[in-house]
Design a protein around this ligand. Structure first.
Ligand SMILES: [Zn+2]
Length: 443
């Protein structure tokens, strides 16, 4: 992997061309070599949680698990397994692949589904993540010498630190402002961008909207005055990068110019996509749960269920990269099932991205974002309940618009949907990731 002082020439198409265009056959051979190395470490070091997991699945020796097919037959592990390990052997559990003295960074998961788990990195782990992130950002056109505005959070969530250090390692001028904290803070950030006019902005959707609106309140035209074009991001920008768990940050990749899913770093991670209900591998272009096995890091995860939903794209990509592609669809916990009244079975699981892509087709709702919620019923229902904000000056007949939205959901997903139209500013706003799914109990 190139060192910070040895970036590829700016005109080069791929960051790491040799690995990114490796033939599919050689890529599979490389993955299996690296898989065997990790499995060997599980038994020889050992890594007790993973060793118990393999032994429970009938694998008694490292030589018994050497292929991608062997791996795909293993049961998955999830956050509860890591949590239990951390509770039994506090504070780090018994699933770390390296000694504590070699660790240089710690992060923790958001803990939205219970006690947060801890993530640790050695220097080598950081280098692997940074090189993967560089590959992803190179695809976006970022090059050494450019400047980059970002608003990731820091502190206990390691995402901001990772973002910053990987940008700096790429010899990019990192302009970190953090998520919008107050009006004064947003104004300072906007003034800074006005002075610097960053080459590229990557603000999470909601942070972007807040900063954009603040710049407008300051009498500025963000595109002209700040070079800030990205606010009110179309929801399809969610597919620009697979931003699933911190545990696999960077190596889940970014989209190339084809915009048909993000290219994985398959030399660094083995990805399986499995059906939410049955656990069986899904077919091309189908949605399923994202299962990762991390290859090149000292601290890694085996058959780990990130509890995220992705759509697989196995088609060869015209851009020349050979690594498979994924669309990042959302969290498993955000999927809202809608029942088919005829059969009584789940007709479709709806995620915020599904709703957003439909709502953004109604131009009168985009001002500059679409603000909406999905209300999760206490038990699965035959109708999807949405709350959608509208600006009365742009929508003369909200009832007719609600009907049109319902009709579009029926066409797109073959489900019934009811849109409850609310005046602009009714729903909560978020500084970072928006909570788009609320429980019916919150009514
Ligand atoms: Zn491509």
């Amino acid at each position: 992997m190139p060192q910070a002082n040895a970036m590829p020439p700016a005109g080069q198409r791929f960051y790491a061309p040799e690995i990114q265009t490796l033939s599919v056959e050689r890529l599979r051979v490389l993955q299996e070599e690296r898989l065997r190395r990790q499995i060997g470490r599980i038994f020889s070091q050992p890594i007790p949680l993973f060793r118990r997991h393999l032994e429970a699945a009938g694998v008694k020796d490292a030589r018994e698990l050497g292929t991608l097919d062997d791996l795909a037959r293993l049961p998955t592990l999830n956050k509860n397994d890591l949590r239990a390990s951390e509770a039994e052997v506090p504070p780090f559990g018994d699933y770390r692949g390296s000694a504590p003295a070699t660790w240089v960074r710690i992060g923790q998961t958001t803990g939205s589904s219970g006690r947060p788990t801890l993530i640790v990195w050695t220097r080598r782990d950081l280098e692997v993540d940074y090189a993967a992130a560089s590959r992803a950002r190179w695809r976006w056109g970022l090059r050494p010498g450019m400047s980059f505005a970002q608003a990731h959070p820091y502190a206990l969530y390691a995402g901001g630190w990772h973002m910053s250090h990987s940008l700096e390692r790429m010899s990019v001028l990192n302009i970190p402002t953090g998520p919008p904290a107050s009006e004064a803070h947003m104004r300072r950030a906007v003034r800074l961008w006005q002075r610097l006019r960053p080459d590229m902005f990557r603000l999470f959707g909601n942070a972007g909207v807040k900063y954009y609106e603040e710049a407008e309140r300051m009498g500025l035209e963000p595109a002209r005055d700040l070079n800030f074009h990205k606010a009110g991001d179309h929801p399809s920008s969610q597919f620009d990068a697979v931003s699933a768990g911190l545990e696999a940050l960077g190596m889940l990749g970014s989209q190339c110019a084809e915009k048909r899913g993000a290219h994985l770093c398959e030399d660094l991670v083995i990805v399986d996509v499995v059906d939410l209900q049955t656990g069986a591998p899904v077919a091309n272009h189908r949605r399923g749960k994202l299962i990762v096995t991390i290859l090149e890091k000292d601290n890694f995860l085996l058959r780990y269920d990130l509890e995220d939903l992705v759509t697989l794209n196995l088609d060869p990509c015209p851009c020349g990269e050979t690594h498979r592609r994924l669309y990042y669809d959302g969290r498993v916990s955000d999927a809202v099932p809608v029942i088919d009244p005829a059969s009584g079975r789940v007709a479709r699981e709806i995620l915020p991205i599904d709703a957003a892509l439909v709502l953004y087709e109604f131009g009168e709702l985009v001002a500059p974002s679409v603000e909406y919620q999905i209300v999760r019923p206490k038990k699965p229902a035959a109708e999807l309940h949405l709350r959608v904000e509208y600006r009365p000056e742009r929508v003369a007949d909200p009832t007719a618009l609600a009907r049109a939205i319902g009709e579009r959901f029926r066409e797109r997903f073959a489900i019934r949907a009811r849109a409850e139209m609310l005046p602009w500013g009714t729903l909560p706003r978020f500084d970072y990731k928006a909570a788009r799914v609320v429980g019916a109990a919150d009514d």
